[in-house]
Design a protein. Structure first.
Length: 176
């Protein structure tokens, strides 16, 4: 395995920031508005809330947040078919090393690896639905609850994952 770190300018931030094939981002040495020399550093990233790593880049006083996997792919991977998404081959959203990334279609990304198996397993778990009056109803799965209540399954899933508290007046809990 080649462990040589290669740095390339970030598109739109040339001379300010670079991304490496190892999934790191650094600022470059520069002068501030008062002419003071600022030494470049490797930047700390943060979570996007959906598991992806992001970085804050500043230019002319404006901050832009960028996903690191997309920065690596844009800088190092050809995209002759103009695919819109970047897939993590090992399904680990924080592993932004170049060898783990590939450009792909949305369909390919959604069908990749164990995603469908994980989603299917989650849909098989029993759920409890709590009405606004406090009544509890048991369903064999989130999918079944969504179908019988006429609700959007992705919104029910967001409730179960703690992203939102309720959907159409219902609370959802895993019944385990």
């Amino acid at each position: 395995m080649n462990s040589t770190e290669i740095w390339k300018d970030i598109e739109g931030f040339e001379g300010l920031y670079q991304v490496s094939n190892m999934g790191r981002v650094r600022s470059l040495d520069r002068e501030d508005a008062q002419g003071h020399r600022i030494k470049g550093v490797v930047l700390a990233d943060s979570s996007s809330g959906r598991g992806y790593r992001k970085i804050a880049l500043c230019r002319d006083g404006d901050i832009e947040y960028k996903f690191i996997h997309r920065l690596v792919a844009t800088a190092f991977l050809d995209n002759p078919d103009n695919f819109p998404q970047v897939n993590h081959k090992d399904e680990n959203k924080i592993n932004n090393v170049l060898s783990n990334l590939e450009w792909c279609s949305a369909l390919y990304n959604n069908m990749y690896g164990t995603r469908n198996k994980r989603v299917a397993k989650a849909n098989e778990c029993p759920v409890c639905v709590v009405t606004s009056s406090g009544h509890h109803y048991f369903f064999g799965s989130a999918k079944k609850a969504s179908e019988l209540l006429g609700l959007n399954q992705s919104h029910v899933s967001e409730c179960l994952r703690g992203k939102v508290k309720h959907h159409h007046g219902f609370l959802f809990e895993w019944a385990v």
